[in-house]
Every structure is written in C-alpha cells, then in structure tokens.
Design a protein around this ligand. Structure first.
Ligand SMILES: Nc1ncnc2c1ncn2[C@@H]1O[C@H](COP(=O)(O)OP(=O)(O)O)[C@@H](O)[C@H]1O
Ligand SMILES: Nc1ccn([C@H]2C[C@H](O)[C@@H](COP(=O)(O)OP(=O)(O)O)O2)c(=O)n1
Length: 231
C-alpha cells in the first residue's frame, strides 16, 4: 500500500443456527472473541421480550395481545463477546431471561410475526453496524435475518447430548425432563409458520455430538479464515 497502512479486512458476517444445546452460544462467543468480531445472541432478545410480556401480565395464550404490544419494550444488546449484555427499558435482564418460566414461554412469544419483525429489524441494524463483522447465533439467521451472510453454520447434536449439556448447567435438573422440554421447544420452533428453525441450503452442517467445544470452535474459526482468504 502506498501510505504503508495495513489493508482493512472487509467486515465478515457469520450466521450460526441450530436447536437448543448444540453449542451455538459458547461457540459463537469464542469464535467472535478469537477473531475480534462482535457477537449477538438473538435467543436472548426473544427471551427479553418474553420476560417483558410476563412482567407486564400480557396473556401469552393470545397472539393478538402479544402482537399489540410487540413494539413497546426497548431492547438493547451489547455485542462485546467477552461481556455480552441485554437490557429491557434500561433494566439488566441477563439473569431473569434464563428462568424456567421464560424458557417455557419463549416459543409462543417468538412465533408471533409482529415480534419477529421487530426483533429481526434490531438484528439487521446491529449486524450492518458491526465495524469488523459479527457472529450472530439463533434459529433463522442464515435463512431469514441475514441470508447474504458470508458464512452459515448449522450446528446439530443428538437429543441425549444436548439434554446432558443443558442439565449440567441447571443445578439438580433431571436429564429426562430436560430432554423432553428441549424436544418440545425444538418442535415448536421448527413448526411455526413465520421463520422457523431451519438449515439454510448453503449452510455447513456440523454435528457436535462427539466433538469437544474446543474442536467445534476450531472448526468454525478455520471455516471463517478460509472464507476470508477467498477459498
Ligand atoms: N461440543 C460440546 N461438548 C460438550 N459440551 C458442550 C459442547 N458445546 C457446548 N457445550 C456445553 O453445553 C451447554 C450448552 O451450550 P450452548 O452454547 O449454550 O448451546 P446453545 O446456545 O446451542 O443452546 C453449555 O454448558 C456448553 O458449555
Ligand atoms: N433467531 C431466533 C433465536 C431464538 N428464537 C427463540 C426460540 C428459542 O426456543 C428461544 C430461546 O433461544 P435461545 O437461543 O436462548 O435458546 P437456548 O437457550 O439455546 O435453548 O428463542 C427464535 O425464535 N429465533
């Protein structure tokens, strides 16, 4: 380069989708941190709007009631992979969005088209604003939110492995009950009409059942580097 400045890398957009417990959050955070990219947990956004609906006594059996207030809460995601944050109307909800109550209700709220339209817009704004690029994880990122992502990954794992991982996180959780709850949530997320959980046609599928987290991270970092090198 004439002025001696290093060439600036084009921002890279990575979409990571898959069912619960496949390793999306842990992998995405680590890949983003290693590569100096931003990180967005879109499940946390759907959990945050669900938390707000519960807190405000909205009837979650009524999709019209959900749709009517979908535009009300202000949801802000901090995208630093070493310290991701999530607030609703200025309140830190990182803890409250992980309760069993929110987990059991998030599929109903996230199936409402007005909720998805609102959250999808936030996601696209964050992705296009990320200076160095971003790793965005969820269920419909490669198919709907960012169909032009540079790299799309679809993580899978057996229901047994996913349940064992999830119940390992929740103190005293029963593996069988955890397995049933996550299969039920996956079925709801995969069968909804608007933007269901699905693998994009051009996504690379990685089965993490027999892989360590470190192996999955290494695999995704290599795929991003190959993309960047134009391979
Ligand atoms: N390949 C793996 N092997 C073993 N445990 C894993 C693996 N990937 C993730 N985990 C663990 O499983 C749990 C769920 O992972 P997480 O990244 O939250 O999945 P997801 O975001 O897909 O629901 C976490 O405790 C994480 O440390
Ligand atoms: N892009 C996304 C991300 C999550 N969701 C919904 C469906 C999921 O069951 C919930 C919670 O997502 P989250 O990624 O936090 O779920 P896990 O904790 O990984 O099981 O949000 C969605 O509809 N679309």
């Amino acid at each position: 380069m004439e002025n001696g400045a290093a060439p600036t890398a084009k921002p890279v957009i990575v979409a990571i989708d898959g069912p619960s417990g496949t390793g999306k959050s842990s992998t995405s955070k680590a890949v983003a941190a290693q590569l100096g990219l931003s990180y967005l947990d879109t499940g946390a956004q759907y959990r945050a709007i669900t938390w707000w609906m519960v807190d405000n006594g909205i009837d979650l059996a009524d999709p019209v009631a959900i749709a009517d207030v979908a535009g009300k809460p202000e949801i802000i995601s901090g995208t630093d992979p070493s310290a991701p944050t999530i607030t609703v109307d200025g309140v830190d909800v990182a803890g409250p969005i992980r309760t069993q109550e929110v987990t059991s209700k998030v599929s109903a709220v996230s199936a409402v088209p007005e909720v998805r339209a609102r959250i999808t817009e936030l996601q696209r704004t964050l992705a296009t604003g990320a200076e160095k690029g971003i790793v965005v994880e969820g269920r419909d990122i490669g198919t709907t939110v960012l169909p032009d992502a540079d790299l799309k990954i679809f993580l899978t794992a057996s229901a047994e492995a996913r349940a064992a991982r999830r119940s390992g996180e929740l103190k005293g959780a029963d593996v069988q009950a955890t397995r049933e709850a996550l299969i039920k949530r996956d079925a709801a997320d995969s069968s909804r009409k608007t933007s269901p959980l699905a693998k994009a046609g051009d996504a690379v599928e990685v089965d993490t059942t027999e892989l360590t987290l470190a192996q999955v991270i290494e695999c995704v970092v290599t795929l991003v580097e190959e993309k960047r090198a134009g391979k």
